[in-house]
Design a protein around this ligand. Structure first.
Ligand SMILES: *Cc1c(COP(=O)(O)O)cnc(C)c1O
Length: 407
């Protein structure tokens, strides 16, 4: 059978096809990818590009990592979906291995990152009402300004990004927003009704904002003092991106609950989870929460292969050593077309000087030079290459960036 799509092969036609039939909730670069391997993607005309975005960290292990593809293919030949109406032979292994990897006690498997965040909100509220003794329906969660936790109506209820919120109300109550990085504001926002403090240890979408040393440890201390849960959203910052398993590890801080996603699915399929304390996740009873696809056999098999890669420590190590090289090179650009660079490991936010190109223009110019990344806000580029990238490849990308920001 020949369809319109099958007979349409030029980039121009394929972009027109997308624009005609898919909703316009993204503004992609005009690159049409047909294949990918490791740190490289190939477009429909056969042109290769270095991937400097890695699917916002969903591709930490690169495109089609052989161990992950093998695990997926093997599971496709066995069983892919059972629903949680029955047990299957992957779920318990996945949950135990993820708990052991993360040093936690219990796992709630879901699919998307937003679902993990929604799940942790429900768990924290129920814990506050049933365990902490907060009157039912009054629990509050303290969050940070400039956060990004996903796109559901409840999650955008506590976003400070007007584009993400406008026209989508009415919003879910029960959240208090304080400035990110301000421990005194956090302390002032915690009350007897506070169930949890929910933070990204590094804010990716906001431009890879790293809070001042001691902020996260102080958040931990404030939560302990007030009997409040500390929840770390490590969907983007976790799973080796910053050179450690969790970004929180740099501060030697432990959260009560973590949300994981993105790289947990190995770039193959959506896999997310909440991991943490058994006495908190244990508040959920049958029928109170769930997902048809959450914890399915295929997701668990791929997730287990991801866990095996992370257990070696190789990717954490690569991010740490290559990240030091990346940041040393980016630091040289400050004052030369760049006003500031932030980040940790193979993860950087690069603020382009106001007289230089916009983030969008810089992304387009980089694509012309065979490097794919994406702006966040008007003048910031977010760099997050797959952790399988080599130092030579990294240098190629930074060379292109140097040309682009210097104009
Ligand atoms: C991407 C992301 C999410 C949402 O994940 P989705 O899979 O897109 O729903 C939540 N929190 C953080 C920190 C993220 O980076």
């Amino acid at each position: 059978m020949t369809t319109f799509a099958d007979s349409t092969t030029t980039a121009e036609d394929l972009i027109a096809l997308d624009e005609r039939w898919s909703t316009h909730n993204y503004h992609p670069l005009p690159v049409v990818i047909a294949e990918a391997e490791g740190a490289w993607v190939t477009d429909v005309a056969g042109r290769r590009y270095l991937d400097f975005l890695a699917g916002y960290s969903a591709l930490n292990f690169g495109h089609r990592h052989p161990a992950l593809v093998d695990a997926a293919v093997a599971q496709l030949g066995r069983v892919t979906l059972t629903s949680r109406a029955f047990h299957h032979d992957q779920l318990g292994h996945f949950c135990r291995e993820l708990a052991e990897l993360t040093g936690t006690e219990m796992v709630l498997p879901m699919n998307s990152g937003a679902e993990a965040v929604e799940s942790v909100i429900k768990v924290a509220r129920k814990w506050a009402h049933r365990v902490k003794g907060v009157p039912d329906g009054t629990a509050e969660i303290v969050v940070a300004g400039s956060n990004f936790h996903g796109r559901t109506t409840t999650i955008v209820s506590f976003s400070t990004d007007q584009t993400a919120r406008a026209d989508f109300g009415p919003f879910t109550p029960g959240f208090r927003i304080v400035e990110y990085g301000d421990a005194a504001a956090l302390a002032a926002a915690i009350t007897e009704r506070t169930a949890a403090v929910l933070l990204e240890p590094i804010q990716g979408e906001a431009g890879v904002l790293v809070p001042a040393d001691g902020y996260l440890a102080e958040a931990r201390r404030l939560c302990d003092e007030a009997g409040v849960l500390l929840i770390a959203d490590e969907i983007q910052s976790g799973l080796a991106r910053t050179g450690t398993l969790f970004a929180l590890d740099h501060e030697r801080v432990r959260a009560d609950l973590y949300t994981l996603g993105k790289a947990l699915g190995g770039g193959i399929l959506p896999v997310s989870a909440v991991v943490g304390r058994a006495d908190v996740l244990g508040v959920l009873r049958p029928g109170e929460h769930g997902s048809t696809f959450g914890g399915n056999p295929l997701a668990c098999a791929v997730g287990r292969a991801v866990i095996r890669l992370l257990e070696t420590g190789e990717f954490q190590q690569r991010s740490s050593s290559l990240g030091a090289h990346l940041h040393a090179r980016l630091a040289e650009l400050v004052g030369r077309g760049v006003t500031a660079v932030r980040g940790r490991g193979l993860w950087a936010g690069v603020d382009i000087a106001p007289e230089g190109p916009t983030g969008r223009a810089a992304s387009l110019a980089l694509a012309e030079r065979g490097v794919l990344c994406k702006e966040t806000h008007d003048h910031t580029l977010r760099i997050a290459p797959p952790l399988v990238i080599t130092q030579d490849e990294l240098d190629r990308g930074v060379d292109a960036l140097t040309e682009v920001v210097r104009g």
